[in-house]
Design a protein around this ligand. Structure first.
Ligand SMILES: Cc1cc2nc3c(=O)[nH]c(=O)nc-3n(C[C@H](O)[C@H](O)[C@H](O)COP(=O)(O)O)c2cc1C
Length: 437
């Protein structure tokens, strides 16, 4: 080989010139980003992102239910491929949203602002947590063109509720993303074992964890203390200092338990779209459609609340059937690849949403990390749709059910209904066995 041939082979192998180039070389999947986040964060903080309720059955099932579905690609042109779509009457560059996550500045000091900017750049909506660590107004100022949704915790006190709605509306939030799965806080045993509190309290273990993760510790100490400023106006005593206090306040006093009448009241008060987040019961989905709710987020809170709550993908087909196009459907929980989004859309969802994947990106590399996660989802989704033989999101949602099979239905749906028994006696036997109810 000549020197110039060797030089050509090493082209592009110099040091990375930007954070996004570094991430492109290092992270080829959400799992790669998760491993990077695990290195950057103290164990207790990382496990706060990772953990689920009780035995974490729902958490695991959220992932495994995607493996139950297989693709049946069709042959045909995929020219003019596009991921763009619409959601709640507005455009989205791909059918994905960022779900609310409380306490986001714990994972990186740039927190919600970095997430909002990455969502804006990617052309997708972001649901800001009621329990965010940056004010709703600051997020609006950081990403003015972003489609912003506000993750409202239900509030029974109508005076307080109206004050919050006015603040949300003045800050330019287009939709309310209302939690209906948090009547009690989930029992996350990893947090108890790790002694995790939000904000972190200083104990000998915290000091050691901080020393082992100096970049995180410096960012944490050099920036404003972690607080939940969207609650400031609502709680006369000022900012709440710890998660248990905050939850006690949310679940008692002014935040009395709410019911469907409060959702109807909210519908009457808020002119924009309302999404109910945390529905897995088809009857609740139908009730939501009946009272004029615009969308539901089929979700078990990423397996963090009620353990053994159904996996969103498992209940999706029934919800799609029962609501019959009367309400838009977003699905979250366990989505780690573009192929997961393709499966959910093929089963009738309008869009998907993610929590942990973008937090891994944030923890690893701030805005560039979130942006890289979103680029991986877009690239994955494009590749999966092309291999499946589908050009647009509309086509995927229209014909998708014929391109995907649950492992229990692969044989029953693909075999012909009549098999001449004289020709294939063995096949006839196996087929009729499968069809036995
Ligand atoms: C660290 C963390 C904090 C969360 N905080 C909230 C919250 O404040 N409000 C909410 O509705 N959901 C919250 N969620 C749930 C997410 O919105 C979303 O439903 C879930 O993360 C989706 O599952 P995934 O993480 O597997 O993508 C949180 C999730 C995580 C991981």
């Amino acid at each position: 080989m000549k020197f110039k041939d060797i030089k050509a082979l090493t082209a592009g192998q110099g040091p990375a010139r930007s954070a996004s180039e570094r991430l492109s070389r290092r992270c080829h999947s959400v799992e790669d980003m998760r491993l990077l986040a695990a290195k950057r964060l103290p164990k207790s903080v990382f496990e706060y992102i990772e953990g689920g309720g009780e035995d974490e059955v729902s958490l695991r099932r959220n992932r495994s239910s995607f493996d139950d579905w297989s693709f049946l690609p069709k042959w045909g042109s995929v020219a003019n491929h596009s991921l763009s779509s619409t959601l709640l009457g507005g455009p989205v560059a791909m059918p994905l949203t960022l779900s609310p996550t409380g306490g986001t500045r714990l994972f990186h000091p740039d927190g919600e602002t970095a997430v909002a900017r990455a969502a804006l750049e990617a052309g997708i909506p972001y649901g800001l947590a009621h329990l965010s660590t940056t004010t709703m107004e600051a997020v609006s100022a950081a990403a003015p063109g972003l489609r912003r949704w506000f993750n409202l915790e239900p509030i029974a006190d109508k005076v307080l509720l109206q004050a919050v709605l006015d603040r949300v509306s003045n800050a330019g939030y287009e939709a309310l993303l209302v939690n209906v799965d948090c009547r009690a806080i989930g029992h996350r045993e990893r947090d108890y074992r790790n002694g995790f509190t939000a904000p972190p309290s200083i104990k000998p273990r915290t000091v050691i964890e901080g020393a082992l993760h100096p970049r995180w510790a410096l960012g944490f100490l050099a920036n404003d203390a972690i607080a939940f400023p969207n609650l400031d106006a609502e709680i006369p005593d000022g900012p709440l200092s710890s998660t248990p206090d905050m939850w006690r306040t949310l679940l008692a006093g002014s935040y009395e338990p709410t019911d469907w009448d409060d959702i109807k009241d909210l519908r009457a008060r808020w002119n924009g779209p309302i999404i109910l987040k945390g529905i897995v019961n088809p009857h609740d989905a139908v009730t939501a459609a009946d009272i004029g709710i615009d969308a539901i987020q089929v979700s078990n809170h990423g397996g963090r609340q009620l353990d053994h709550m159904a996996s969103p993908l498992d209940v999706l087909p029934d919800i799609v059937d029962k609501t019959a196009g009367r309400i838009e459907i977003i699905v979250d929980g366990g989505i780690r690849r573009g192929s997961d989004i393709v499966k959910a859309l093929a089963l009738g969802a309008d869009a998907c949403s993610i929590g942990r994947p973008y937090l891994y990106g944030l923890a690893a590399a701030s805005q560039a990390g979130v942006a890289h996660v979103l680029k991986m989802f877009a690239a994955d989704m494009t590749r999966t749709m092309m291999l499946l033989g589908v050009t647009t999101v509309e086509e995927l949602r229209g014909e998708g059910r014929e391109l995907i099979r649950h492992r229990n239905e692969v044989f029953t749906r693909t075999l012909p209904t009549e098999i001449p028994s004289a020709q294939f006696p063995a096949a006839q036997l196996a087929y009729s066995d499968l069809r036995t109810p």
